[in-house]
Design a binder for this molecule. Structure first.
Ligand code: Z5A
Length: 210
């Protein structure tokens, strides 16, 4: 059985991850690729409860607690959803993964990108995506797109400086791993963004179904 491929979508809020996850799903369906679509934090019953806790808890939360909740959700997700699907030969399309913890907790919360990576290694989360699509846009433009949405969650209420640090960390991850991370300018029209996403996907689709 050929192992499935693992694709992640990353970027700050409002860059179009949800919109383009649906687009990628339609491309995978057209290509006849069996896949699991999922998200983080979440993706399992326990992970969804942790998501609710980490995004909507009242009052203060230590940055370390936030990181541990994100990581706990990921440990469950990898062990019970992502790895089993990849081993069955299915592909996995995930809205955010470890890069998000590096960007938001490592850089945004200033816990240190190395520390975030080490914590995951210690817990046995060593899975690396085959393809990461990083939708990149200025913080202000992303927030503008989200202006119509309802009440912001705990992380969405953060400062511009927090999101700037997260964006820089994402871009540094992309520079360090150009074979894995494809940076797409998310400020383009949706059609332009999707042409680039399709190109990136075609690089890893099996030839017969491309
Ligand atoms: N988080 C973390 O801190 N650490 C971690 O390890 C993980 C996560 C895994 C939840 O993430 C929070 O968890 C997130 C990071 C943190 N907090 N923040 N901030 P989430 O992924 O569930 O939520 P989000 O980042 O806030 O994403 P979102 O709100 O769902 O936005 P999006 O999915 O990127 O965007 P969208 O809904 O697809 O698009 C937004 C709007 O723009 C919508 O009206 C679209 O129609 C429109 N759009 C999209 N593309 C375009 C283009 N190209 N042109 C014009 N308009 C567009």
């Amino acid at each position: 059985m050929t192992r499935g491929k693992f694709i992640t979508l990353e970027g700050l809020e409002g860059v179009g991850k949800t919109t383009n996850r649906a687009f990628l799903e339609s491309l995978l369906n057209e290509a006849g690729v069996a896949f699991v679509g999922t998200r983080e934090p979440g993706g399992t019953p326990l992970g969804e409860s942790l998501r609710n806790l980490v995004l909507h808890a009242e009052g203060q939360m230590q940055a370390e607690t936030e990181l541990l909740l994100m990581a706990a959700s990921r440990v469950e997700h990898v062990a019970t959803v992502i790895e089993p699907a990849l081993q069955r030969g299915e592909w996995v399309l995930c809205d955010r993964f470890l890069d998000a913890s590096v960007a938001y907790q490592g850089a945004g919360r200033e816990l240190g990108v190395e520390r975030v990576a080490q914590l995951h290694e210690m817990m046995g989360v060593v899975l690396t995506p085959d393809l990461t699509i990083l939708l990149d846009m200025t913080v202000e433009a992303g927030l503008e797109r989200m202006a119509e949405r309802g009440a912001p969650d705990r992380i969405e209420r953060e400062t511009l400086a927090f999101f700037e640090r997260a964006r820089m960390a994402y871009l540094q991850r992309a520079t360090a791993a150009p074979e894995r991370v494809v940076v797409v300018d998310a400020s383009q029209t949706l059609v332009q963004v999707q042409v680039q996403i399709q190109d990136a996907l075609e690089r890893i689709l099996p030839r017969s179904s491309a």
